[in-house]
Design a protein around this ligand. Structure first.
Ligand SMILES: [Zn+2]
Length: 76
C-alpha cells in the first residue's frame, strides 16, 4: 500500500449530494420554461411550460406558488 493510497482513503469526501426536490428549467433556445417537481408526494409534477415574454415573471414566482399550492409549510 502506498502512502498516497492511504491519504486518498482517509481524505474526507463530500459523498452526499444535496437533494433536488424541484427544478426550474429554462429552455432559452426554444423560448420556454417549466418547473419540474421531484417531491414524492407531489400532485402536480410539472408547472408550465410558459413561453416568451411570460418567462421572466413566471420564473420568479412559480416555485413559491407551487409550494403554496401543493406543499404547504415548505419554504421556497
Ligand atoms: Zn410539487
Amino acid at each position: 500500500m502506498t502512502s498516497s493510497a492511504v491519504q486518498a482513503r482517509d481524505t474526507p469526501g463530500r459523498t452526499a449530494a444535496p437533494e433536488v426536490v424541484g427544478l426550474l428549467v429554462i429552455d432559452a433556445d426554444h423560448g420556454r420554461a417549466r418547473y419540474d417537481c421531484h417531491r414524492p408526494n407531489c400532485l402536480q409534477r410539472r408547472e408550465g411550460p410558459v413561453y416568451g415574454a411570460a418567462i421572466p415573471d413566471w420564473s420568479k414566482t412559480v416555485k413559491a406558488e407551487h409550494l403554496a399550492r401543493y406543499h404547504q409549510g415548505e419554504q421556497p
